[in-house]
Design a protein around this ligand. Structure first.
Ligand code: NAP
Length: 334
């Protein structure tokens, strides 16, 4: 079956996902596009045979020939589009965040629970990355014994002037928050944020930061977020267990040895590092959407990540370990 997709948001990642759906993956057709900027939509639909422009996301969701929705607009718009898609009973892929407040996330959860089956997949693409999957499988296999500590690093060469200190938690650390919950299959119960002497290239930014998270089962997670570290986009992760460790390998395909030096490539940006993870994420979404449902990271995962981000922002201000309190998890997400 070909899933007829309507795309809301034609910015950086929306355009990349449209390329993915139209040029890379089988089983999908982009039939509808909407964005707050009509001229941007007009330029996009011109290049996609059979696609139509819609003046609003709501009109796109209601269109009879749209089977499933992709939300790639600005975070504060996600809640309204998600609620509309759930009301229409259509599967929806929502780029992170699910919504920008816990209350909004809970309204999405309530709507989906009332609908009675999963419709929402959230864009935590690392769960579909081959290396992360092998890392999780290794932990689950028992090869390193019971997992005790997970150490991660998220390093960006630079960020735009619009990037704020809180975005290091809400937009960047959020991926490792989701990875930690997924690897341990447990919730985060508390978070502390410390910052060393600031990187002089970051201006007034609190950069780097160091996050320490408590997992429900007693394990600990540490994450370095450095967003002005020049050299490349480098994503690290290492699990330490009772009898061994497992870590993400370097992602370069080859190592060049010359003049006494062995060198490999470090990805330039998130697109290069996670391009195949996004492809896998969308393969999974399309397969579930064809069945009228959703898979992978759920609305609950979006809510839990938002709750940890909120506690992280509080922790950065207080200097204390801030507790994470979640509502009881509905059966739909067990
Ligand atoms: P972006 O380049 O700013 O694109 C967002 C687009 O949505 C823009 O065209 C924007 O228009 C438009 N928009 C704003 N309000 C809208 C509305 N009410 N209805 C429809 N469209 C509207 O942002 P982006 O970097 O693509 O990010 C989009 C989303 O993806 C964000 O939630 C972001 O966190 C997420 N994201 C996820 C990843 C990941 O790794 N999973 C990576 C990047 C981004 P204006 O430009 O006029 O505001």
């Amino acid at each position: 079956m070909t899933v007829k997709v309507g795309v809301i948001g034609t910015g950086m990642i929306g355009l990349d996902h449209i390329r993915r759906l139209t040029e890379v993956l089988a089983g999908a057709r982009v039939v509808a596009v909407s964005d707050i900027n009509p001229e941007r939509v007009a330029a996009v639909v011109e290049r996609i045979p059979g696609a139509r422009a819609y003046p609003t996301g709501e009109a796109l969701i209601d269109a009879a020939d749209v089977d499933a929705i992709l939300i790639a607009s600005w975070g504060p718009t996600h809640e309204a589009y998600l609620l509309h898609a759930i009301k229409a009973g259509k599967p929806v892929f929502c780029e992170k965040p699910l919504a920008t407040t816990q209350e909004a996330c809970l309204r999405v959860i309530d709507a989906e629970v009332a609908h009675g089956k999963r419709l929402v997949q959230v864009g935590f693409m690392r769960r579909f990355d081959h290396a992360y999957r092998v890392l999780k499988d290794t932990v689950t296999s028992g090869a390193i014994g019971a997992p005790l500590l997970y150490h991660a690093a998220h390093r960006n060469p630079s960020v735009p002037d619009t990037y704020t200190s809180d975005m290091a938690i809400i937009d960047t650390l959020v991926h490792d928050i989701d990875v930690a919950r997924w690897l341990f299959d447990e919730e985060v119960t508390g978070i502390a944020i410390r910052a060393p002497r600031a990187n002089s290239k970051g201006g007034i930014l609190r950069d780097p930061i160091f996050a320490l998270m408590d997992m429900a089962g007693g394990a600990l997670v540490t994450v370095e977020v450095s967003v002005n570290i020049d050299y490349a986009y480098d994503i690290r992760g290492e699990m330490s267990g009772e009898s061994g460790t497992v870590e993400l390998a370097e992602s370069n395909a080859v190592v060049v040895k010359s003049k006494g030096v062995a060198a490999g490539r470090v990805p330039a940006d998130w697109r290069e590092r996670f391009i195949t993870a996004y492809d896998e994420e969308f393969r999974a979404w399309l397969a579930a959407a064809a069945q009228g449902t959703a898979t992978g990271p759920s609305a609950w995962d979006g809510y839990a990540a938002q709750a940890v981000c909120d506690a992280g922002v509080r922790a950065a201000a207080s200097g204390e370990i801030e507790p994470v309190r979640l509502r009881e998890r509905p059966g739909l997400y067990q």
